[in-house]
Design a protein around this ligand. Structure first.
Ligand code: NI
Length: 139
């Protein structure tokens, strides 16, 4: 295992209290692990934006499938950009709402642009791109 180092951070007691409350709610057993995960997320996102090699991402979309023209539009965009879509999963939440999860691969700029196009379709209630990595850089 790689050696770890200790470092100190200065923040207000109020902010630390809120942080501790949140990490407890997320089932973290210690602050170090929570801070480590925040740092990794930050590095992955920055490297992702700068990367000139292929990266991974996942896009979650929440939408009402009855919105006129929406399904056609979403399918058209996905077929047009099939090379960037590794897999999709569709869940019927209730009579109206659908959740779609897309595993994306490609250059960061392509993935960002594809995600933005899908998220901005009329009728998409919520959409979020999670930037990930092929994992080689993270220890
Ligand atoms: Ni559905």
């Amino acid at each position: 295992m790689e050696k770890t180092i200790r470092f100190s951070v200065s923040i207000s007691p109020d902010l630390l209290k809120k942080f501790d409350k949140e990490i407890k709610a997320r089932a973290y057993t210690n602050r170090s692990r929570a801070v480590r995960d925040l740092i990794v997320n930050f590095i992955v996102e920055r490297e992702w934006e700068r990367s000139e090699t292929e990266v991974m991402g996942s896009l979650t979309l929440l939408y009402d499938h009855e919105t006129r023209g929406l399904l056609k539009k979403l399918i058209e965009i996905q077929h047009e950009r099939h090379e960037n879509i590794a897999s999709t999963m569709h869940l019927h939440i209730d009579e109206h709402m659908c959740m779609e999860i897309l595993a994306l691969k490609g250059m960061p700029k392509e993935i960002r642009e594809l995600a933005d196009r899908l998220i901005s379709c009329r009728g998409v209630k919520h959409g979020k791109l999670v930037m990930s990595t092929t994992g080689k850089e993270i220890t």
